[in-house]
Design a protein around this ligand. Structure first.
Ligand code: ADP
Ligand code: MG
Length: 575
């Protein structure tokens, strides 16, 4: 909580004004009962209309001033709190953007979303309360006591009895309530997690007839949250009437004992009325303080969760002094690279050494789980190596800025991701200032023109969230176009032709060749026909290179490669 407040600094001036406004408001609130006592005891008692009108008018003025201050203060504190919320969301978002895949794996998407939205809202709400009450409540409490004592000292004992009772009631409820408040956020997290999984996996859920099971899973999380919320609300529902009861009993006691004193002439009616108002103000301000005590721990939980995100140590950070770009273009070199996923016992890659030059096509082939995607994730520095080094253009990727590194690379990931927006916008993602011609050309090479022109809206066709309204092959072609448009030094195609039919695959590769002839190209593929023309084929097996060379060389030297080929090509093709 305290740590988050460093972001409130920008609102220093606002907060100063708010405190000033609230101070004025409290003073006017405290002044009014005193004037009222004067009207009753001096004006009414002497039937002095002029005095009543004079003081009454003065009271109206003060009340209007106080209300004005209150409105301004509320406006400013809302503005401050909402602005604070915006800054927090911005910071979290910026931080999450700089996360490496490892940090995403660690925290999980669902909780990152809750933390950015719900937790920030919690903080925001509490900030409004804190901003308004932190000044008003203590000031009213202390001021009220002083003013009440000025009216009459002997009635003070009623307050001395009432306040401890109030605290006991509050203490008991808080003891039961606080733990419930604290688990609230976790339950919201859980609900989010279930909902997200269910929605993203809706096709699988349906196909496997798991709708009932998933519904139960959701219901459990939902009911859990509900029960917690109900318990919290029950406590609040009991607390409020209990408070009112104490307050009203206090008033009754004051009227009772005040009346006795008025009877024997030691107190005036106006004084009693004023005293009652002060007593109400005092008890009410205590209640406000308690509300703070309830809200702050709840926000504290949110604050801790937000701080956890903001303070996550990044695995992959830019070097202090990135090495300046040199004149080399498109050189990729692996030097005895080993890599292990965080927390895994086995290395996903071990002892990988090779190098690739511009104009060369490097193909990577191997069974699923052999480490192909992992290998290229090291070129883009989605992960850092455990030992050895990955050099791009002669510089270790850890010594470059990530931005500079990735600007060199046109990447088609294995799992194609499109964003909601038009087809053109999705292709332009690779190069912001791309012209219409460039977009159309990239689409042409990626063999996407044909199906795009069949759609009525063409390039302005809206892609649904997650790209669900285009087929897998169409998605792949759009994501290839997206990578091609950026004229990169290095192109990486991670199993990017897998959803294409043979004819399209062949056409695409033919069109691709002149486009990327000067670049360094990596193609991960399953089929031998895709890789056989490569300048270098790397055969991966269980994270190790079991053979490297051209198709012809590998047929002679590499047993694993021969097996792959044998499983795909007929005898005569082999010969
Ligand atoms: P390929 O692309 O060749 O099919 P991958 O490179 O994706 O294989 O995976 C290689 C190995 O690393 C597999 O054993 C897989 O289980 C493991 N692996 C992949 N991604 C992760 C991850 N994010 N965390 C932990 N292990 C992973
Ligand atoms: Mg893969």
């Amino acid at each position: 909580m305290i740590k988050l407040y460093r972001f409130l600094k920008q609102y220093k001036a606002y907060i100063g004004v708010i405190i000033l406004l609230l101070f004025t408001q409290v003073l006017s609130d405290l002044y009014l009962p005193m004037l009222m006592a004067d009207i009753v005891d001096k004006g009414l008692a002497n039937k002095d209309i002029n005095y009543i009108l004079k003081i009454g008018g003065f009271m109206l003025l003060i009340a209007a001033g106080g209300t004005g201050c209150a409105i301004m203060a509320t406006y400013l504190s809302s503005k401050t709190a909402v602005g604070f919320g915006r800054i927090l969301r911005e910071k979290i978002f910026a931080k999450v953007e700089s996360f490496s895949l490892h940090e995403f794996d660690k925290l999980g998407t669902a909780t990152l979303i809750t933390r950015t939205t719900n937790d920030v809202t919690q903080i925001q709400q509490v900030s409004v309360l804190i901003l308004s009450m932190m000044v008003t409540a203590p000031l009213t409490c202390v001021g009220g006591v002083i003013m009440a004592l000025q009216q009459d000292k002997s009635l003070a004992w009623v307050l001395v009895v009432a306040i401890p009772i109030l605290f006991i009631v509050i203490g008991v409820t808080l003891k039961r309530g606080l733990p419930l408040f604290k688990v609230m956020q976790e339950k919201i997290d859980k609900l989010n997690l279930v909902l997200r999984e269910k929605l993203t996996g809706i096709r699988v859920v349906r196909a496997f007839n798991r709708i009932e099971k998933e519904r139960v899973r959701f219901d459990v999380a939902n009911a859990d949250l509900m029960n917690n919320a109900i318990q919290v609300n029950v406590i609040m529902a009991v607390l409020m009437p209990a408070m009112m009861l104490i307050m009203n009993l206090t008033t009754v006691a004051l009227i009772w004992f005040g009346a006795l004193r008025i009877d024997d002439g030691t107190m005036q009616i106006g004084s009693l009325l004023a005293f009652i108002q002060y007593a109400t103000q005092i008890l009410f301000s205590l209640l406000m303080l308690v509300m703070l005590f309830i809200m702050v721990p709840r926000a504290q939980v949110s604050a801790v969760r937000i701080n956890e995100v903001l303070e996550t140590e990044l695995d992959i950070i830019d070097p202090q002094k990135p090495k300046p770009a040199n004149s080399k273009r498109g050189f990729v070199e692996f030097k005895e690279v080993s890599f292990r996923y965080p927390g895994a016992d086995q290395t996903a890659l071990s002892n990988i050494t090779f190098s690739a030059k511009p104009g060369e096509l490097t193909a990577i082939i191997g069974g699923t789980g052999s480490g192909k995607s992992t290998l290229i994730n090291l070129i883009t520095r989605f992960y850092d190596v455990e030992s050895g080094s990955v050099l791009v253009d002669g510089v270790d990727v850890r010594e470059m800025s990530q931005k500079a590194l990735r600007a060199k690379i046109g990447f088609v990931p294995q799992k194609t991701v499109l964003f909601s927006g038009t087809i053109a916008e999705n292709i332009k993602y690779g190069k912001e200032d791309a012209t219409r011609e460039e977009i159309e050309h990239a689409a042409q090479v990626a063999q996407a023109t044909e199906f795009v022109s069949e759609i009525e809206a063409g390039f302005d066709h809206q892609i649904a969230q997650g790209g669900t309204n285009v087929s897998g092959g169409q998605k792949q072609r759009l994501s290839i176009a997206r990578a091609l448009i950026r004229k990169a030094e290095i192109y990486i195609f991670d199993d990017s032709f897998s959803a294409l039919d043979f004819k399209t695959d062949a056409k695409l590769r033919a069109a691709l060749k002149p486009e990327i002839a000067d670049a360094t190209v990596f193609i991960i593929a399953q089929s031998v026909s895709t890789v056989r023309d490569a300048d270098r084929i790397i055969v991966l097996d269980d994270g190790q290179i079991s053979g490297m060379g051209t198709h012809k060389e590998l047929l002679k030297t590499c047993k694993v490669y021969r097996e792959i080929v044998a499983s795909q090509l007929s005898e005569e093709e082999l010969a």
